[in-house]
Write a protein that binds this ligand. Structure first.
Ligand code: RAM
Length: 343
């Protein structure tokens, strides 16, 4: 079905159909539902995204809600407006006090949430990190979108391809402590050593805030007049950078790639601002994370390496080393395929 899309190489192979999984759920921000089946006590599962109002988490958490409905649980979503760990910790504390059965959280910092998460675990709450991990000791399972090396290398491959493997590049990231972006940036830096004519001149942080990311893009272009490319490993950052570039004199001259959602990036691919970028299906990620939480709360798995569980329509998954479950392979999106995706 997706033969025209290119797969990221080196990514753990999990056979998944990542495309076209439109959930049909509404926006998830701050909402809750009770899909409890009559009889047995419904499992309470609370999603805590990095920040509310981020379309990526609107998609992932809406699909999480759908999954929770499938197994008759009670879904909630709470989270901060800004992508900050302190605010997330307060929400975690509240869920622990309520004895929520499982928290599904995308961490704004690898360590800052640990006290709260460990207290929640001690009180009997299962902890699933998804999208962005904490230190492994602070959670029961991490549901990772893909393989960190593959995600980092793919972004370097794309920018190298787009700028003729030479010139100045910059990174526009999310928040400075985000576990996932920092892990990908580490890989990118190592990978750039294989591209001696590309120079990384600066890494800046837009905090997964649209306006801040837009302003950081403008500042980068002003500060580095010879800039040839920007890598933005965040759906908020890449969309804001594309919006800036699309009406600037740098359109088509400064290349932009990274991780974006097809729905946010479609118009910038069509107007020639962006050639190619990548992502996984955030809906599948949230859906899988909900089922991982369900398997933990049900006692079907402990989160140990080798544990197996069923994730609804996505099929069977096995917990890997460091208690990590990998969704699968992301895709590269470009003008030839972007209309096939709706998330
Ligand atoms: C943003 C968030 C999220 C990341 C995506 C690619 O929406 O930072 O954590 O996985 O971008």
């Amino acid at each position: 079905m997706l033969s025209s899309t290119k797969r990221i190489t080196g990514v753990a192979a999990v056979a998944l159909s990542l495309a076209l999984a439109v959930s049909g759920c509404g926006k998830g921000s701050g909402d809750s539902n009770d899909s409890s089946s009559s009889g047995s006590k419904a499992q309470t599962i609370t999603f805590i995204p990095k920040n509310l109002g981020n379309p990526y988490f609107d998609s992932s958490d809406a699909a999480g809600k759908k999954a929770v409905g499938e197994f008759g649980g009670t879904y909630s979503q709470v989270g901060p407006q800004d992508a900050s760990p302190d605010a997330q910790a307060q929400y975690i504390d509240t869920e622990a006090q309520k004895h929520t059965n499982a928290i599904v959280v995308s961490a704004n910092d690898p360590k800052a949430l640990c006290d709260s998460l460990n207290q929640a675990k001690d009180a009997g709450t299962k902890v699933v990190t998804f999208d962005s991990d904490t230190d492994p000791s602070c959670r029961d399972i991490f549901v990772s979108p893909s393989n960190t090396e593959g995600i980092g290398k793919t972004q370097v491959d794309m920018i190298a391809d787009q700028i003729g493997d030479a010139g100045e590049v910059a990174i526009l990231s999310a928040s400075a402590n985000a576990t996932n972006q920092n892990a990908w940036i580490d890989v990118m830096k190592k990978e750039l050593a294989n591209h001696p004519k590309i120079k990384l001149v600066e890494t800046v942080y837009g905090d997964d805030d649209d306006q801040k990311s837009f302003d950081k893009t403008a500042a980068l272009l002003q500060k580095h007049p010879n800039l040839k490319g920007i890598i933005s490993p965040t759906t908020v950052g890449i969309a804001a950078a594309a919006r800036y570039l699309s009406t600037s004199s740098s359109k088509g001259k400064v290349m932009l790639t990274g991780l974006g959602t097809p729905n946010l990036m479609r118009k910038y691919v069509k107007d020639g601002t962006v050639k190619e970028f990548a992502l996984w299906n955030p809906e599948d990620l949230g859906y899988l994370a909900a089922y991982a939480a369900h398997a933990l709360v049900s006692g079907d798995i402990k989160g140990d390496e080798g544990d197996k569980f069923k994730a609804g329509k996505l099929g069977d998954f096995t917990v890997g080393a460091d208690k990590v479950v990998v969704l699968g392979d992301p895709f590269k999106f470009n003008a030839s395929n972007i209309d096939k995706f709706n998330y």
